[in-house]
Structure formats: structure tokens, C-alpha cells
Ligand binder design. Sequence first.
Ligand code: NAD
Length: 388
Amino acid sequence: MARKIRMGMVGGGKGAFIGAVHRMAASLDGKIELVAGAFDIDPERGKLMGDELCLDHSRVYGTYKEMIEKELALPASKRVDFVSVVTPNNWHFPISKDFLEAGFNVLCEKPMTMSLAEAIGLENIVKKSGKTFALMHNYTAYPMVKLAKDMVKCGDLGTVRKVIVIYPQGWLARPIEKQGQQQASWRTDPKQSGAGGCIGDIGSHSENLAEYITGLKITEVCAELTSFIEGRPVDDDANCLLRFDNGAKGVLHTSQISIGEENGLSIWVHGTDASIEWHQEHPNQLLFKKLDAPVEILSRGNPYVAAKSPAAARATRVPSGHPEGFLEAFANNYKNFAETILLKEEAKEVDPLVNDFPSVAEGIRGMAFIEAAIANSKNNEKWTKLKH
Ligand code: NAD
């Protein structure tokens, strides 16, 4: 029987960034309802968030461990179906592990864990639990990115030769962590962010986007990671050369000290017959370029997009010309994740178009990439192989 799916959240307290985005995105299609949470590392602040969201006081918990215990004590028909983990990176593994082992489905923010070893460990926990796990790589959930993937897959580009992916931001160009800026503080502390700074925070999205669209795997990386801000213990800029498993070459550049850049994730994929180009800040268009021909601007919501890519059509809510963006991309992952949970609960087959969201395998690739890039940058060898 159709029903709303019950969501819990860990993290996303007052003043937090991405928790609020998750709450808006999850509610977009009216099928997911936030009913519980442990919203903050400070239990009192967490309770204030619960009040702001008008949640039942008995479902707003001081810690995530209390949340597991008290949710398990509720009848299954009231208990949260899944929990979204939107805390700093160091908490992703322990919180995901404990909820999975307690029998809850989990959607977790990226990067999935603090290390590749932890990521492989989490894969085993997900398998053993039989629960559904999603990783929030939102940039692969845009309709025109799904179209790009399907165009590569059906051979519109010929064989992929070269991939350029860039993700410049400028917000860490000054040491704002020293003034206590919340998002900068934990991102520049390796105990909370992991060994990677910029390479983990947004390099992981770039790696994921390149592998998603091309269907290829990065096999080796030659990276130079820099910390431009004196005393900052993690990188704030990365320039990487990539080798892919079909022989294609790549360049991945990501930065948080590029003044004037906001959220400039962009990708170019060049094949033997044609190229594509996509920019996150203009997500409703995909450029398609053939040799000796004018550039084609493919536009979201048109019948030719749906004909080529059912996944893009499924990820589209409003007609062409009415822009969709960041929130809708998060919502696409939520929609597919929630429908998968319900279908599995009813022991029904899950259509691949529904089971279309990043999961633990993508999390492992992300951590393998981050670790290889850091190792390569430190040891001055030209190339370092990814270990998974
Ligand atoms: P933030 O500092 O704004 O918010 C973190 C929140 O988690 C805070 O409210 C904090 O009190 C809470 N918290 C910390 N530890 C907790 C715990 N043990 N239990 C309960 N709450 C806890 O951070 P942010 O910028 O929102 O980032 C959060 C996560 O989201 C990070 O992993 C980050 O990499 C990821 N993120 C992803 C995207 C994306 O585009 N997918 C964008 C931004 C951030």
C-alpha cells in the first residue's frame, strides 16, 4: 500500500548548511516526511532545531545513539524508515554503521568515510544488513548529466579520449577558519574532514562526475595538492592528471582559493566523434559538439532528451524553460532512494531507473581516489595506482 516514508536526520542543526538542503529536497515530491532527528553535536541546540521544525518533542534526541535506542522501541509502523547523515565527515562511518546494524536504511553525505579501509568496511556492513544505502553525490542526479551518461553509453561521442573536470570555488581564499567560521573550521581540521581538504570535499564530486558520465574508471593519478593558506593542515587546491581504464586521459582541477569562483563544477568529455560540455551553474543545458558542425545546445525537458534518456526524463519535474537546479538534483536521489526502500519492503523488483542513485561502490571509488591523490602528491612519484 502506498504510504509516506519516514525520515530521520543526524546533523543539520541551526546554522548548518547542507541539512536544510536535504530537508527541502526530501520533501519536494510530498512522499517523504521528516519525523525525528538528533540535529546537533550540542544536544540543547539540537532540541531548538526540532522546535523550529515543529517536530514531536519525543522524537528529537540529544544524541544519535539515543535516537537509535528510542526509535527501536517504537512500533515498526512509527519508526523512521531511514536516516540522513549530514554531519562532518568524521561521523559518517560510525553513524551509518550503527544505524545499518540496528536495521535502518541510511542516506549519507560525501565523502563517505575518512579512509578507504573504512569505506570497504562499510560496504560489508551494508551487504550484511540487507538495507538500502545511498551516498549523496547530488551532481550526478541532474537530468542533463543523466543525458550525458546515456549519450556516452550509446556511442554518440565515439570512444572517449579525454575528460576535463574542474571544480573551482573561492570561499577559502582567506583563513576564515581562524575566525571560527563553522563550515571552514571542520573542513580544515584533518580529524574531522579526513586527510583530504579540497580534494576530499569537492574533488570527490569531480571524480564521481567524471566516472559517472563516462562509465570509465580512473586507474592512476598524478597529483599536486597545495595548501596556499599558511598553517592550514589540509590542501585547498589540487591539480591532477588522470588515466582511465580505456586509455583515455584526464585533467581534474579543484580549488577553494580561486577568488571569484562560486561553485564552478564543469566537465568536458571528448570522444573520437564528438564532445559534450556541462556546467553546474547552468545545469539545464548540455552542449553537444560534432566535428565541422555547429554546437548543439540540448535543453532539459524537451522530448528529444526523454527519447534518448529515460533517466533524464524521470529526473525532470517541470517543462523546458522553467529552470531546475540544485534542490531538484538532491530530490532526485531522495525519490529513487525512497522508492527503492518501499519496493524492497514489499519484496517487489526494483527497476534500474528507480535504483538509480549513488551508493557504497561510489563511496569506495571516492576514497580510493582521494587516498591515491594524497599519496601521489606527497611522494613525488609521477603516477600512483588506485588501490580499488
Ligand atoms: P555544517 O558544519 O554546516 O553542519 C554540520 C552539522 O552537524 C552541525 O549542525 C553539527 O552540530 C552537526 N553534528 C556534528 N556532529 C554531530 C553528531 N555527532 N551528531 C549530531 N549532529 C552532529 O556542515 P555542512 O557544510 O552542512 O556539511 C555536512 C556534511 O555534508 C559534510 O560531510 C559535507 O562534506 C557534506 N556536504 C555535501 C554537499 C553536497 O553538495 N553534497 C554540500 C555541503 C556539504
